[in-house]
Ligand binder design. Structure first.
Ligand SMILES: N[C@@H](CCC(=O)N[C@@H](CS)C(=O)NCC(=O)O)C(=O)O
Length: 282
């Protein structure tokens, strides 16, 4: 398998479009990766825009594809869904020394690791920002219009990647994002492991700091459930709200009463997120 070959593992028809799982050899991550794509029917005749979905801790590419129910509305709107995995994988890839759920495999945090032994494979930031779009836009019927969204660790990834690359995306959204990772246990553990002690590097991956420093960010929509057991300690939504107020930016951050951290929450509001992105993508 060369770096640029996509190998199809499965394909299903759904809502007139195709749900497809691929594997490929990633030159950025130095390992074989799997990811899922939903291509709406419109992709049979034209290039369609794409929403990248970044999942949270313990997920693969399949949590969102099987639980969120996003395909029905994506099919209506003519938007492709791109669902990457959450970390590099494989026998040679370093994991947490205790195989913890919040670091290592399934927990790449969408950063470019600089600390050993993680730097060799954990380059998820570059994989999402550069390698995947290049590969997919060359080989699938996708235009270069992109939006980015995600959940929890993936909500952090979506906010950071969108804020740092406004020319590459048209809008950002997040469910239950880790908003201020430099000040929560998940983030401190991950950044210490992947980035070492260099706090300047940490700041490049903190959505609240990035937003506070951005005068005119992309359109942003965030939903946070009030029955989420990780909220507020790991998620720090208020830090993002404070950052948004610095420049009077027009960002919608909504508290949803009684919803928890699960995919039942995501399934309840994913249609609103898709329609939000469609305003800027299509
Ligand atoms: N209870 C989880 C904590 C991790 C978790 O809640 N993961 C969220 C993202 S942060 C998730 O999406 N899990 C998979 C799912 O619900 O399908 C565990 O210990 O495995």
């Amino acid at each position: 398998m060369t770096n640029s070959t996509l190998i199809k593992l499965s394909e299903q028809l759904t809502f007139g479009g195709k749900q497809i799982r691929f594997k490929h050899s990633s030159k950025t991550l130095n390992c074989e990766m799997q990811f899922s794509v939903f291509l709406p029917e419109q992709a049979q005749t034209e290039k369609v825009p794409a929403l990248y979905w970044l999942s949270g801790l313990t997920c693969t590419d399949e949590n969102f594809s099987s639980k969120a129910g996003a395909q029905r509305v994506a099919a209506q709107l003519g938007i492709a869904l791109i669902m990457p995995d959450t970390s590099p994988r494989g026998d040679g890839v370093a994991d947490d020394e205790n195989a913890a759920y919040d670091f290592g495999l399934g927990a790449g945090f969408y950063v470019n690791a600089t600390a050993e032994p993680y730097a060799k494979h954990y380059q998820m930031y570059d994989y999402i920002v550069t390698e995947l779009p290049q590969l997919l836009e060359a080989q699938l019927p996708l235009s270069n219009k992109r939006a980015i969204s995600g959940h929890s660790m993936g909500g952090h990834g979506a906010l950071v990647i969108g804020l740092r690359n406004p020319e590459r995306y048209s809008s950002i959204s997040a469910f239950s994002p880790i908003c201020n990772p430099i000040n929560c246990a998940w983030g401190i553990k991950a950044f210490t492991g992947y980035l070492g002690d260099n706090k300047q590097q940490w700041q490049q991956y903190d959505a609240s700091l990035l937003l506070a420093a951005t005068e005119k960010p992309l359109p942003i929509l965030v939903d946070q459930g009030t029955a989420d057991t990780f909220w507020p300690d790991q998620l720090n939504t208020d830090s993002l709200i404070t950052a948004a107020k610095q420049h009077n930016t027009d960002i919608e951050i909504r508290y949803q009463q009684g919803y928890d951290h699960s995919y039942y929450f995501i399934a309840s509001f994913i249609e609103q997120h898709l329609r939000f992105h469609a305003k800027y993508l299509t």
